[in-house]
Design a protein around this ligand. Structure first.
Ligand code: GDP
Length: 478
């Protein structure tokens, strides 16, 4: 996705700090220059970029001076590391602030089973409303909710057919009409029907127009009055960049929506601009659209979003995905939770997670959630990522049952060297690693990378163990 380019640029700016030998105001200015030009190229408003730059400097400079005083002592290296961490943290926090709508934003919407919630989708024509309706329906359906779609778009010819096609593909019940021309009447009929059938979530797709017109806003308000939605969601095309601010303000004046979904963040360099512009209006972005397929919808939260964009993973997102998988297989969930409680994570667990990931839709979305995984996968296209995933599957297939059920340490035992070679075995790959690489037709590096990945997960599992792990997983639901 295009945001990855922004992420890569920001990340390389941060890495240049790590590589630099002296950390002073000049070094800080250099990194901020790269960060700011990357943000500006992503169409982030120039004032927001300026604010970000000033805030980082204000936070870092006084502490940097303090650290510099200490330099020249025995603690030189330590002071340097501290300064680097300081810069990393300040930039990370300010990037989060840039996409954060703030505390005064209304609480996020969280439909639950057994209570009908109506969501009304509004936005300009072409923003991605109809596509997003089905994506959202699939999202809630995967969480075990009973979801239905209503097509109230009588303005665009073919809108009902499009929704019908999408809904059928996603196996979501739908309601619409080829003959009824009054959108208020259709939406009311649809919502009443699905309410009576006790659906948990009813999503109403409304008409759009090419421009913000009074007719569109009148129609929106009439539907809103008729169906009384629990949540109105504005769908915004991410390609409009910082113009998103004016568009969301105009819609806000007409209908008081509670949340925003920004679409097409896979295909446009202006995505960063759209997200920061929306955040500036203090309205929560609940999801982002990252492609044309059903699964290309990602939950949005400022911190995980930035973390993921910088290739640092999104553990919360991953836990949520794990929850979805768990709902499809409660028994496996139970076993996994028990293991996590004990802080266990075998090589087989990683194999199973990866297999499930392969069945869960676009790999590029998921791999970026795993810390370090986007590095493992490189900046791969979907096809490249799935090729790599297949090689990983070959690696697992070449392992023995005992190796799979191990904690991975068997692969780290030093290779047995003949007595005469004593000391020469150092640096040689472990014999098992060598065997697995040969058997799977992959390289020793690939096997070692995968095992390093497992080790990282295993450490995380240990940290998540016990009560914390359970809480984290439960928080992920919704
Ligand atoms: P509507 O007029 O607002 O209902 O818009 P549609 O749902 O018909 O979407 C317009 C176009 O945008 C279609 O070609 C969709 O496939 C495409 N689209 C929607 N969301 C996304 C997205 O997140 N990424 C990409 N690349 N295309 C999208």
């Amino acid at each position: 996705m295009v945001l990855q380019d922004l992420g890569r640029r920001l990340n390389s700016a941060l890495q240049s700090v790590s590589a630099s030998s002296t950390i002073d105001e000049q070094a800080l200015d250099a990194v901020l220059k790269t960060v700011c030009s990357a943000l500006l190229e992503s169409d982030v408003n120039v004032l927001l970029v300026k604010r970000t730059r000033e805030r980082v400097k204000r936070q870092v400079l006084p502490q940097l001076e303090e650290i510099q005083h200490k330099q020249g002592t025995d603690h030189d290296a330590m002071a340097g590391n501290k300064a680097k961490q300081l810069i990393h943290k300040a930039i990370f926090d300010e990037l989060v602030a840039l996409v954060d709508p703030g505390d005064d934003a209304p609480p996020a919407f969280n439909p639950v089973k057994g209570k009908t919630q109506v969501i009304m989708m509004v936005g300009l024509q072409g923003a991605g409303k109809t596509t997003t309706c089905t994506k959202l329906a699939t999202h809630y359906q995967r969480r075990g909710l009973k979801v239905a779609l209503v097509c109230a778009d009588t303005f665009r010819a073919g809108a009902f057919d499009q929704l019908k096609q999408n809904a059928t593909r996603a196996k979501v019940p739908f309601f619409g009409s080829y003959t009824e021309t009054d959108p208020v009447s259709i939406s009311l009929q649809g919502v009443n029907k699905f309410r009576a059938e006790r659906f948990d979530v009813i999503i109403v797709d409304t008409s759009g127009r090419h421009r913000q017109e009074s007719e569109l806003f009148d129609e929106m308000c009439q539907i809103q009055d008729a169906v009384e939605p629990d949540m109105t969601v504005l769908v915004l095309d991410g390609a409009i960049g910082q113009a998103a601010e004016a568009q969301s303000e105009a819609f806000k004046e007409a209908s008081n929506f509670g949340a925003i979904i920004v679409t097409k963040l896979d295909g446009h360099a202006k995505g960063g601009g759209a997200i920061s512009a929306v955040a500036a209006t203090h309205t929560p972005i609940i999801f982002i659209g990252t492609g044309e397929h059903l699964h290309d919808l990602e939950k949005f939260a400022p911190r995980p979003f930035i973390s993921k964009m910088l290739g640092m993973g999104d553990m919360q997102g991953l836990v949520e995905r794990a929850q979805e998988m768990a709902m499809a297989n409660p028994e496996r969930q139970e076993n996994m939770m028990k293991k996590l409680e004990k802080g266990e994570f075998t090589v087989r667990d990683l194999k199973e997670q990866m297999q499930t990931i392969m069945n869960m839709g676009p790999l590029s979305n998921l791999t970026s959630m795993i810390p370090g995984m986007s590095g493992l996968m490189g900046g791969d296209t979907e096809a490249e990522a799935s090729k790599r995933m297949k090689r990983i599957a070959f690696i697992f297939d070449s392992m023995t049952t005992a190796e799979l059920d191990s904690d991975g340490s068997v692969f780290r035992d030093p290779p047995k060297a003949p007595k005469a070679d004593k000391g020469k075995g150092k640096g040689k790959p472990n014999a098992r690693v060598l065997r697995v690489a040969r058997g799977s037709g992959t390289s020793v590096e690939e096997v070692e990378q995968l095992l390093a990945q497992h080790q990282m997960f295993s450490k995380m599992a240990k940290r998540m163990g016990g009560k914390n792990g359970m809480c984290l997983a439960q928080r992920g639901a919704g």
